[in-house]
Design a protein. Structure first.
Length: 304
């Protein structure tokens, strides 16, 4: 392989990583808005009903798209891994909304922001991705910023907290499995993911059903549509770049939490939140700048 060819490949890889980072940031922003909307809805409706209605419209849209493109879709790769991904996705979503019933949203988000720590470790062990000490340090620093900003309450030692932590670990495994299924079309990944939460909601919702009014029904539909867009962004992000590179940008969720908290609920961020957010941004920028630098410095040594 020529030197120019290797430089071109390195440039393409850098562009893919930067695009993956941008999509992850967009997906996290939309997920954050959906989480705030879900927190408001779950205060008035059962969790199982939320899972059902939140997934109904997106699943109908996605299944229609999958059906229209069925002739061009390849045979589903690694069916058992696809099934595991559906189970992990369902467990992660259910754990989040169960936890926010009993814990403040800030506490639950704190546990979920431990996900990049799990992903970084698992990507090195399972996916054999190269994770150096600098990235480990940046991820750890970002998590310290989350703890400073969120200031978890005394309720953290409880079974709802354990549910939230289990959900965070499920989310990390979900990111790893999604990265392993890069050949599966995005629409199929999103459709199977929504099918899990819809199935659980369909089975359990009748046991505790509260008929929503038209405005709240519109909010359920909005939450589902936001979830589609966010899910497509994060799935594409994991196809373009290694999980250990893009998942740390989940820390930007705290920035969105401050914005939505102020605009929607009138919450003024504390000094600790501002300091923690600054640390998180610094850690994320460090990873971003380092990825750019690695992309500009390809290996151009002659082949052996």
């Amino acid at each position: 392989m020529s030197i120019l060819s290797r430089i071109s490949d390195a440039t393409d890889e850098r562009s893919a990583r930067l695009a993956g980072i941008g999509l992850m940031l967009a997906g996290v922003g939309m997920f954050s808005f959906g989480d705030a909307l879900g927190k408001a809805l779950v205060a008035r409706y059962p969790v199982n009903e939320l899972l059902l209605l939140r997934a109904a419209v997106p699943l109908a849209i996605l299944l229609a798209l999958v059906w229209r493109q069925r002739a061009s879709l390849p045979r589903l790769e690694r069916p058992w891994l696809q099934l595991l991904r559906v189970a992990l996705s369902t467990a992660e979503v259910a754990a989040f909304f169960v936890a926010v019933v009993y814990l403040p949203l800030a506490d639950v988000i704190t546990y979920y922001l431990a996900g990049p720590i799990f992903v970084t470790a698992l990507s090195a062990i399972i996916l054999r991705e190269q994770v150096g000490w600098r990235r480990w340090s940046a991820v750890g620093t970002g998590f310290c910023g989350v703890l400073i900003a969120m200031q978890p309450s005394a309720q953290t030692i409880s079974w709802p907290a354990l549910i939230a932590l289990a959900g965070s670990f499920s989310f990390a495994l979900l990111m790893i499995v999604t990265r392993s299924l890069r050949a599966t079309p995005d629409i199929v990944l999103a459709a199977t993911q929504f099918s899990g939460t819809f199935s659980v909601g369909l089975v359990l919702a009748p046991f505790a059903w509260k008929m929503p009014g038209l405005p709240d029904l519109g909010l359920f539909v909005l939450a589902g549509c936001i979830s589609i867009a966010a899910l497509l962004c994060t799935n594409r992000s994991l196809k373009l770049a290694p999980a250990s590179v893009v998942v740390p940008y989940q820390y930007s969720m705290i920035i969105w939490a401050v914005i939505f908290g102020y605009l929607v609920f009138g919450d003024v961020p504390s000094a600790a939140t501002i300091v923690g957010a600054a640390i998180i941004i610094a850690a994320g920028l460090y990873i971003f700048i380092r990825e750019q630098r690695l992309g500009r410095e390809p290996d151009v040594s002659p082949p052996v």
